[in-house]
Design a protein around this ligand. Structure first.
Ligand SMILES: [Zn+2]
Length: 309
């Protein structure tokens, strides 16, 4: 299985349009030892011909144009993108679906709760269902194992198992709606098994690290893990107010309760932080934080990274 990281930043990207933090300021000025990043987007393929997306970022149109294997390959209208698995309903996980609307047939995998948010509350996504069979919607629930199918039902050979990571729905979901949805369908982690048996864990939004989660991660070859914030009060320090990392559903990288510490004993060939917020000091490759991450055996995802599993 081939895996391409088309974007590795958290919502807003790096730099973020209205952010003047140290990272964004130095990056714009050309003096940061670090790279710009689009919003998090991962693409998977068993053969480099047929592709499936993990979530659909607001930068998706640009990410497709930067990735020749995602260009149309034949006929007047074509795309090798056959499906999308959405792990949550955050704007940076679903907005890109609207860039896939031009009557292209797609398989879409989501929990029933996220389907209700997209289908019943946000009718703009009806543009994905203008003609019969444009969208093949597969409802998935935590604990379920399922294959990724193209819109005609052909099995890609890629298998997925999803599990619940958090119970919080995005702020745009009205409280009345959120209370009617199943908490364990809000935010998913995905275990992906390639046709050759290679295993990936994709967890872009992790609130807590439990012993069962560590056990799951110890069985995979590559983990793409929530690297949103370095510290719990990172945004508060910059904005002067606001939510902590924990309140936003992200365990910080540093600290006694952070992911570096809690996953220190994890035996996994490749451990990569993804979904990195523009304020995170580990984006500066000359920083002690970046050094700490690298010395702990972790990588910081960059746009364009490729893996084979
Ligand atoms: Zn910034």
């Amino acid at each position: 299985m081939y895996l391409e990281i088309l974007g590795s930043a958290a919502g807003g990207g790096f730099p973020q349009w209205n952010c003047n933090c140290r990272n964004c300021r130095l990056l714009r000025g050309g003096t940061l030892r670090g790279k710009p990043r689009l919003q998090t987007q991962v693409a998977l393929s068993p053969d480099r011909n047929s592709w499936f997306l993990l979530n659909a970022s607001p930068d998706l149109r640009l990410q497709i144009e930067r990735t020749p294997c995602l260009y149309p390959q034949s006929g007047g209208r074509h795309s090798p993108i056959n499906g999308v698995l959405v792990t949550g309903a955050d704007i940076d996980q679903i907005a890109g679906l609207l860039s896939l609307r031009e009557l292209h047939r797609l398989s879409l995998y989501s929990t029933p709760s996220i389907r209700r948010i997209l289908e019943q509350d946000n009718t703009v996504f009806g543009m994905l269902k203008r003609i019969p069979h444009q969208l093949s919607w597969h409802e998935i629930t935590p604990g379920e194992h399922f294959p990724l199918l193209d819109p005609s039902g052909t099995n890609s050979g890629i298998g997925c198992t999803v599990f619940s990571l958090a119970s919080r729905y995005p702020a745009y979901v009205l409280p009345q709606r959120a209370s009617s949805l199943k908490p364990d369908e809000a935010q998913l982690g995905v275990l992906v098994e390639s046709p050759s048996g290679g295993k990936l864990a994709y967890l872009p939004a992790v609130r807590d690290i439990s012993p069962p989660l560590v056990e799951r991660l110890s069985l995979v070859d590559l983990v793409l893990f929530d690297g949103t914030f370095w510290s719990d009060d990172e945004l508060i320090q910059i904005q002067g107010s606001g939510a902590s990392a924990g309140e936003m559903g992200h365990i910080p990288v540093s600290g006694a309760n952070g992911s570096l510490c809690k996953l220190a004993a994890l035996r996994c060939p490749r451990k990569v932080f993804i979904h990195v917020n523009n304020t995170n000091p580990m984006l500066d490759e000359s920083s002690p934080q970046y050094r700490e991450v690298r010395e702990a055996g972790w990588e910081v995802a960059e746009d364009g990274n490729q893996f084979e599993l």
